[in-house]
Ligand binder design. Structure first.
Ligand code: GCW
Length: 715
C-alpha cells in the first residue's frame, strides 16, 4: 500500500514536471512566438479577414514568407489556413510584388510602391472583387518578408485592420549587427555576457547549426540587413581560403533573409606570419613584409583578396576596420600614413563589386592629447572629403566609450563630406552586462534627438546619420550585439528588448522608445493591459536609474578596469593615473568633475554654436553632463536646491531605490508571466539590487573622503 502510494505520488510529480517543461518558456522564441490571441474581440476581427493566404511567385525568400505567415497566423488565430497560389476563397490575405503577382498588379498600387524602394512595403485593406481583403505589397521579395513580419506585429500587439493603410521603408540603408566574436568561440575581452559565440567555426562549412537560421529570422523580423560575425580586434585567419568557405556558408543561410555578410579585417593581414608579432593583433596571413597602404604590392594583395571573397560570396558587404587603435595595427604609427590612405586602399579593392569600408573612428592616444574625448575629432575632421565614396567613418555615439551617459560625439555634424555611420552598443558592457535590466531605447533616443546644430537648429544626430543634414550618399547604423549561445540568446530576457529596439530604431529612428517597449512586451511577455503598463514603467526609467547608481551628473568611466562591471573610483593596484577612474572624475577637496570647458581641455570647442557655449558655461550646461564638462565645487547649488554633494548622494540613493521598485512591480505581474521567465527575471533583479547598492556605497564613501561632508538622509 505504502509502495503504491509512493508510485502514485511519483507519477503525479512526473506529470506535473513534464507539464511544466512543456508549458515553460525558455525565451528562445524571442518576440516571435505568436501565441494564440485570447482576446475575443481581436479574434473576432481577425479571423474572418484571414480565411486564406494567397502568395503568387517563387523564390527562396517567398518560401520563407509562406512559412512565416502560415506559422504566425495559425499560431495567433488557432487556425490551419491554406496557402494558395491563386485566389479561390472569399476574404484573403494577398502577398505579392508587382513583378510576380497579377492580383497586386490589378490594384493600382504602382505609384505608392514607386517611392518604397527595394526594402519597403505596404499593408492595406482593400477589396478584391466583392471581398474585403488585406494585401502586403512590395517591389521586391525582401519587402514582402518585412511586410509579413510587420503584419504579424500588428496582430500580436492587437491593432485593428479596419481601413489599414501603412507604407513603410527604412530611413537608414545599412542596418548592421556587429559581433565581437573571436574564432575560438569566446567574445573579445571577455565580453561574452550571453555565453559563447553563435558561430561554430570548427563545424562549418560541413555542419550548419539550425540556430543560424533562427538568428537570421529574428534579425529579418526587425529589419537588420547586415552582419559582421567577427570582432573588430580581427584575427586575419578568417581571410584564409578555408575560413572564407565557412563565411560563405553563413552568407548562404542569411541571404534569403535579406542579410549580407561583412567582415572585420586586420590591417596587417598581407604581412607574412614571420614578420608578425603580438599574436593575432599584428596580423599576417600573406607573404609580404609590409602592410603599408601606399605599397603597390599591398594594394594588389587586397584586390586579390576581394576578388577571392566575391567569387565565394557575390553579395559580400565589405570590411569593418579597427585601425591604429588599442594595439590594433593601422596606417599611422607603423607607416606614417593617414586614416584616409588606409581606408582608401581597402575601398579601392572593394569598389568594383559594390562593397563598402566601415573605418572606425574609435582612437585615443595619451601621448598626443591628454583629453581622450577630443581624439577622434582631431584625427578625422581634417580628412573630411579625402575618403573614397564607398567609405563610412563608423563612430560611437559618445566621445569616449559606450558609458551609461555621454554627450554626443562631436564628430557628428563635423564631417559633411564623409558619411558617418553610427555605432551603438546593444551589449551592456558598461550598463550591468546581462545582469541588469536596463532598457536602452531611451538612451538611444536621447542621442538620436541630440541637436548638433551643424546646419542650424534641427540638425539632430538622426538627421546626420539618415543623410538628410548633409545629403550623404550612403547611410548606416551598427549595433554591437548582445547575442550569444545562451538558450535565451541575450543572457537577460530583457536584453532581448534591446536587440529588438535596435532593429526597430535602425529602421525608423522616429519611433518612440515607449512604443517599442509596448510592442516587445506584448509580443514576448504578456498582453494583459495592466501588466503591460507596469512592465513598461519598469523599462522606461531603467536606464536613468542605472546612470544614477553608477555615474550620475556626468560622471563616467569609474568602473573596474578590464571587466567593466562593478565600481572602482580609486586608483588600480598599479597606481597608474592615465585612463583610470581618477583621471576621469578628478575628485579633490574643492569639488568633482573633468574640466573640458575653455578653462580646461577645451573639448567644448569641438561642438557647434550654440551647443558649444551651452556646454562651456557651467550655469547653462545641462546637469546630466555637468561633471563631464566641469570641475564643480562640492557646495555649488544645483537646480533641485541641493548642493552638488547632496545631489550626488541623492542620485546614488534614488538609483538603487528604482531597482527595488522594479522588484515590487515585477512581483505584481507574476500571474501574467510565464513561470520560468518570471523566476529568471526575479533572480536577475535581486542581483541588480545587490550590485547597484555596491556601486552606491563604494562611490559615496569614496567621494566622501574628498567632500568631507555627511551623507544626507533622504527618507
Ligand atoms: O569598449 C571598448 C571595449 C573593447 C573593445 C573596444 C572597441 C573590441 O572595452 O573590448 O574592443 O572598445 O570598441 O574597439
Amino acid at each position: 500500500m505504502k509502495h503504491l502510494l509512493k508510485n502514485i505520488l511519483l507519477a503525479s510529480y512526473l506529470v506535473v514536471s513534464i507539464c511544466k517543461i512543456v508549458s515553460a518558456d525558455d525565451g528562445y522564441g524571442l518576440w516571435m512566438s505568436c501565441k494564440k490571441l485570447d482576446d475575443t474581440t481581436e479574434l473576432k476581427e481577425y479571423q474572418p479577414i484571414f480565411s486564406s493566404i494567397v502568395i503568387e511567385g517563387q523564390s527562396e525568400t517567398l518560401g520563407i514568407v509562406r512559412e512565416e505567415i502560415k506559422k504566425g497566423l495559425d499560431g495567433l488565430l488557432g487556425t490551419n489556413l491554406p496557402v494558395n497560389n491563386t485566389l479561390t476563397t472569399g476574404n484573403a490575405l494577398v502577398i505579392g510584388t508587382l513583378k510576380q503577382s497579377q492580383l497586386i498588379q490589378k490594384l493600382d498600387l504602382s505609384s505608392k510602391l514607386a517611392s518604397l524602394g527595394r526594402e519597403g512595403f505596404l499593408i492595406k485593406s482593400t477589396k478584391i472583387g466583392d471581398n474585403p481583403s488585406v494585401v502586403i505589397a512590395a517591389n521586391d521579395d525582401i519587402g514582402l518578408l518585412y511586410g509579413t513580419f510587420h503584419l504579424l506585429r500588428i496582430m500580436q500587439t492587437g491593432q485593428s485592420f479596419k481601413d489599414i493603410d501603412i507604407s513603410s521603408k527604412p530611413k537608414i540603408q545599412y542596418r548592421l549587427l556587429d559581433h565581437w566574436d573571436k574564432l575560438d568561440g569566446t567574445i573579445s575581452d571577455q565580453r561574452g555576457y550571453a555565453g559563447k559565440s553563435l558561430w561554430k567555426w570548427d563545424e562549418l562549412p560541413v555542419t550548419v547549426d539550425p540556430r543560424y537560421k533562427d538568428y537570421a529570422r529574428a534579425n529579418a523580423s526587425i529589419g537588420i540587413n547586415g552582419v559582421v560575425p567577427n570582432s573588430v580586434n580581427a584575427d586575419p585567419t578568417l581571410l584564409k581560403p578555408e575560413y572564407l568557405k565557412k563565411v560563405a556558408k553563413l552568407a548562404d543561410v542569411f541571404r534569403p533573409y535579406g542579410i549580407r555578410v561583412f567582415l572585420s579585417v586586420n590591417f596587417s593581414s598581407p604581412i607574412s606570419a614571420k614578420f608578425s608579432h603580438d599574436g593575432n593583433r599584428k596580423g599576417g596571413i600573406g607573404n609580404l613584409n609590409t602592410s603599408d597602404p601606399c605599397d603597390p604590392e599591398v594594394r594588389q594583395w587586397w584586390k586579390d583578396k576581394a576578388k577571392e571573397i566575391y567569387q565565394l560570396i557575390p553579395d559580400f558587404g565589405g570590411f569593418l576596420v579597427k585601425a591604429s587603435s588599442e594595439g590594433m595595427p593601422g596606417p599611422q604609427q607603423e607607416y606614417n600614413r593617414t586614416h584616409a590612405d588606409g581606408a582608401n586602399m581597402l575601398a579601392e579593392a572593394l569598389a568594383p563589386y559594390g562593397g563598402i569600408v566601415m573605418w572606425r573612428s574609435f582612437v585615443y592616444n595619451a601621448d598626443v592629447d591628454p583629453d581622450r574625448s577630443k581624439r577622434a575629432y582631431l584625427e578625422f575632421v581634417p580628412f573630411d572629403g579625402k575618403f573614397s565614396p564607398n567609405i563610412f567613418i563608423q563612430t560611437k555615439n559618445g566621445p569616449i566609450d559606450f558609458q551609461p551617459r555621454e554627450p554626443l560625439n562631436s564628430l557628428f555634424g563635423a564631417m559633411p563630406k564623409t558619411p558617418l555611420m553610427l555605432e551603438l552598443q546593444i551589449m551592456q558592457e558598461y550598463l550591468g552586462h546581462s545582469k541588469h535590466l536596463v532598457y536602452l531605447a531611451p538612451m538611444w533616443k536621447e542621442y538620436l534627438e541630440s541637436d548638433t546644430h551643424a546646419k542650424g537648429q534641427g540638425s539632430t544626430l538622426a538627421s546626420v546619420i539618415d543623410g538628410s543634414t548633409h545629403n550623404y550618399k550612403m547611410t548606416g547604423i551598427a549595433g554591437v550585439t548582445n547575442t550569444g549561445d545562451d538558450r535565451n540568446w541575450c543572457g537577460h530576457l530583457f536584453g532581448q528588448a534591446n536587440w529588438y529596439a535596435f532593429g526597430r530604431l535602425a529602421w525608423d529612428h522616429s519611433l518612440a522608445a515607449e512604443q517599442i517597449a509596448d510592442e516587445w512586451i506584448k509580443e514576448t511577455l504578456t498582453r494583459d493591459a495592466n501588466a503591460v503598463s507596469t512592465i513598461k514603467s519598469m523599462m522606461m526609467g531603467s536606464r536613468e536609474a542605472c546612470v544614477n547608481y553608477m555615474t550620475p551628473l556626468g560622471l563616467h568611466h569609474i568602473m573596474q578596469e578590464g571587466f567593466h562591471y562593478g565600481p572602482q573610483p580609486s586608483l588600480d593596484k598599479s597606481g597608474r593615473v592615465d585612463w583610470t577612474s581618477v583621471y576621469y572624475h578628478r575628485a579633490d577637496a574643492n569639488g568633482l568633475g573633468f574640466d573640458r570647458s575653455s578653462t580646461g581641455s577645451n573639448a567644448t570647442s569641438q561642438y557647434f554654436s550654440p551647443v558649444r557655449e551651452m556646454f562651456d558655461d557651467v550655469n547653462k550646461c545641462p546637469e546630466k553632463y555637468l561633471l563631464w564638462f566641469h570641475h564643480v565645487p562640492w557646495d555649488r547649488k544645483l537646480q533641485s536646491g541641493r548642493t552638488l554633494w547632496d545631489e550626488l548622494c541623492y542620485r546614488y540613493y534614488t538609483g538603487v531605490d528604482y531597482v527595488k521598485e522594479m522588484e515590487l512591480k515585477w512581483a505584481a505581474v507574476e500571474k501574467d508571466i510565464d513561470p520560468e521567465i518570471y523566476l529568471h527575471v526575479k533572480e536577475k533583479l535581486a542581483t541588480q539590487e545587490k550590485d547597484a547598492a555596491i556601486w552606491r556605497d563604494t562611490c559615496v564613501s569614496y567621494f566622501q573622503k574628498f567632500s568631507n561632508r555627511p551623507v544626507p538622509a533622504y527618507k
